[in-house]
Every structure is written in structure tokens, then in C-alpha cells.
Design a protein around this ligand. Structure first.
Ligand code: ADP
Ligand code: MG
Length: 312
């Protein structure tokens, strides 16, 4: 018997009403379906405007779906919204706080909101987990941007949901804070929390997520384990330095692209299903050049993304 998914999304459609007279309604999700398995870190990847927040906000109960259905931990968001909401903690894209509460009060209030008795609240444990215990009595308005984000993560975990969703957790944050947030996500995941995060950073999805769904213009264009997705990049790039100035690019049928990047350096993109690096080099030699240096670049998620979305 297979484990049921943490989240099941089935043909989700969202049409936002026309923003004004003469303006068309916006179809933000065009029938998206995928499952988020339990226990992993799942990345919802796509450029700005792809529909990521719309999808997350439907799960959060903040946006009403137009069509389709979604289940969270087995609870249908339409039929059983209370249990669905109890099964998920959501960190929204926008940071909003009452500036006059302290981190400790923020968590206690949230615990009260979920009806958790005082003796069962986890405020201290959660503040320690997000490294904010020493800031427990500071006003939220005095916290740095990074501290606020960490506090929002703690707040999302107050009711101990099995799923944590982070909408663009690292958009606009510096390198150090990004590293801290990744660490925190990994720690929570290691404790058994299924994590879903949206991002428009390919590198982030590749580093952090074991499974990735790519959406673009409201449509799902891929949904696979990260390794498989990266493996889909068929194109490889080899940079060749030769012994004399190049007269012009050497274009051959076996190449996808060839570009002279320096007087003696040629960058050749080839399809790894159709040619090998060895063949590429012998073609260059057959044009009368001796090869002095070669570097190859491994395909990464960016290559796949460009191939799939057709965006340069
Ligand atoms: P993402 O989070 O991937 O950047 P969004 O879900 O925020 O994308 O937006 C998807 C599309 O829906 C965009 O074209 C956006 O302009 C539009 N959109 C988002 N929210 C609204 C809204 N409240 N009313 C009308 N259009 C919206
Ligand atoms: Mg968004």
C-alpha cells in the first residue's frame, strides 16, 4: 500500500475577476494537477506571475478556487476546511505583523487562536528552534527582516501541522539569511515535517528540494524528482581554446550552437544524445586548429528550465 500524498491538487483553476471595465479577467491557474508526497521538501518553481502564490493561497483558504479540488492531509479544502487548515502551516509571501507584540506574544496569541491550552503550547521550543529565544520580549517592529521571517515560520508551526508551506521564503534576502533559512527548512524536514516552498530561484530549488514542480503562465510544465529533472537537460556546453585566432564560428550539423567568445575561444553547445565531447573536439581539429584547453559545463536546472519554458 502506498502512502497517501501530503497534498493532492486536482485540476485547479483560478480566474480572477476583471480588475476594471474593459479589462479581461485573469486566468491565473489553468487546470493544475499534482501530488506532494509526504516527508520531502517539494519546490514549486516558476517565474514571477506564474501562479505560485495563487495556488498557495487557495490551500491557505485565502483565495477561492474557480474549479477543481485540493486535499490537504486527506481533507478536502472545500468539504472539510477546518481539518484541512489544521494540517498545514503557511508562511505568506508578504510579511505582516502587529508591531506592538513581542515574539513570545505572537506565538501565544496564535496558540490561543487555535485553541491550544496554555500548558500544551510550544512557544519556547519554537522560539529556540528559530533562534529567537533571546528576542522573546522584543517588539516585533524592532526585529530585522530575517528575524521576522523566522518568527513567521515559528508562528506557522504553532499548531504542529504535518505540512509547512513557505511562499518565496528567500525573495530579496541576503546570502547569509538565505543559508539560515535553508538550514531551518532542513531541520524541520528532518523532524518529519513535509515542506513545500515556492521560489523563482532555480538554484534554490535545485539545492533544497528533492522534488520540483515547474509552473509557467498558470500551467504545470514538469513535475519530477530534482535529479530526473536535471537529467532532462540534453544540451551540454564545451568551451574550446585553440592555438590561433578563430576566423569565425565553426558550425556543424552536430552542434546546436557555436559562438566565438574570445579570439581563440569557442563555446559549442551540443545535444548529448547526438554527439559526444570527443566528437566535438575532433570536428574542431578537422578545421585545422590544435586544441590547447577544454572545459565542459554540467547541465543544471537552468538549462532544463530554458528548454521547458522556451525562455532565454
Ligand atoms: P506568482 O506567485 O507565481 O508570482 P501570482 O499567483 O501572484 O504569481 O499571480 C499569478 C497571476 O495572477 C499574475 O498575472 C497576477 O497578476 C494575477 N493576480 C494575482 N493576484 C490577483 C488578484 N488578486 N486579482 C487579479 N489578478 C491577480
Ligand atoms: Mg508569489
Amino acid at each position: 500500500m502506498s502512502t497517501p500524498p501530503a497534498i493532492r491538487i486536482d485540476n485547479l483553476v483560478k480566474e480572477y475577476a476583471s480588475p476594471g471595465p474593459g479589462e479581461p479577467p485573469k486566468l491565473a491557474l489553468k487546470g493544475v494537477s499534482f501530488d506532494v508526497p509526504q516527508g520531502g521538501i517539494f519546490g514549486l518553481l516558476g517565474p514571477n506571475g506564474a501562479g505560485k502564490s495563487t495556488l498557495i493561497n487557495i490551500l491557505a483558504g485565502l483565495v477561492t478556487k474557480t474549479e477543481g479540488s485540493a486535499e490537504i492531509w486527506g481533507f478536502d479544502i472545500g468539504e472539510n476546511p477546518r481539518n484541512a487548515k489544521r494540517s498545514i502551516g503557511i508562511v505568506p509571501q508578504e510579511i505582516v505583523f502587529d508591531p506592538f507584540f513581542t515574539p513570545f506574544e505572537v506565538l501565544e496569541n496564535q496558540g490561543g487562536f487555535y485553541g491550544i491550552p496554555k500548558s500544551e503550547r510550544r512557544s519556547e521550543e519554537l522560539l529556540r528552534a528559530v533562534h529567537l529565544w533571546d528576542k522573546r520580549d522584543a517588539y516585533a517592529r524592532t526585529l530585522s527582516g530575517g528575524m521576522k521571517r523566522r518568527l513567521l515560520i515559528a508562528k506557522a508551526m504553532v499548531h504542529s501541522p504535518p505540512i509547512l508551506v513557505l511562499d518565496e521564503p528567500t525573495a530579496g534576502v541576503d546570502v547569509e539569511l538565505r543559508r539560515q533559512l535553508w538550514e531551518l527548512v532542513n531541520e524541520l524536514n528532518a523532524e518529519g515535517v513535509t515542506v513545500v516552498l515556492t521560489t523563482h530561484y532555480l538554484e534554490e530549488a535545485e539545492q533544497l528540494c528533492d522534488r520540483i514542480a515547474i509552473i509557467n503562465h498558470g500551467e504545470l510544465i514538469a513535475e519530477k524528482p530534482t535529479r530526473e529533472l536535471v537529467g532532462m537537460a540534453r544540451e551540454k556546453v564545451v568551451a574550446v581554446t585553440v592555438d590561433k585566432d578563430l576566423g569565425g564560428p565553426i558550425m556543424e550539423e552536430a552542434f546546436v550552437r557555436a559562438e566565438v567568445v574570445q579570439p581563440r575561444k569557442l563555446e559549442i553547445t551540443y545535444d548529448r544524445d547526438k554527439a559526444s565531447a570527443g566528437q566535438v573536439l575532433s570536428i574542431v581539429q578537422s578545421h585545422g586548429y590544435a586544441i590547447e584547453d577544454v572545459t565542459t559545463r554540467e547541465a543544471d536546472l537552468e538549462d532544463v528550465f530554458v528548454q521547458l519554458t522556451g525562455s532565454g
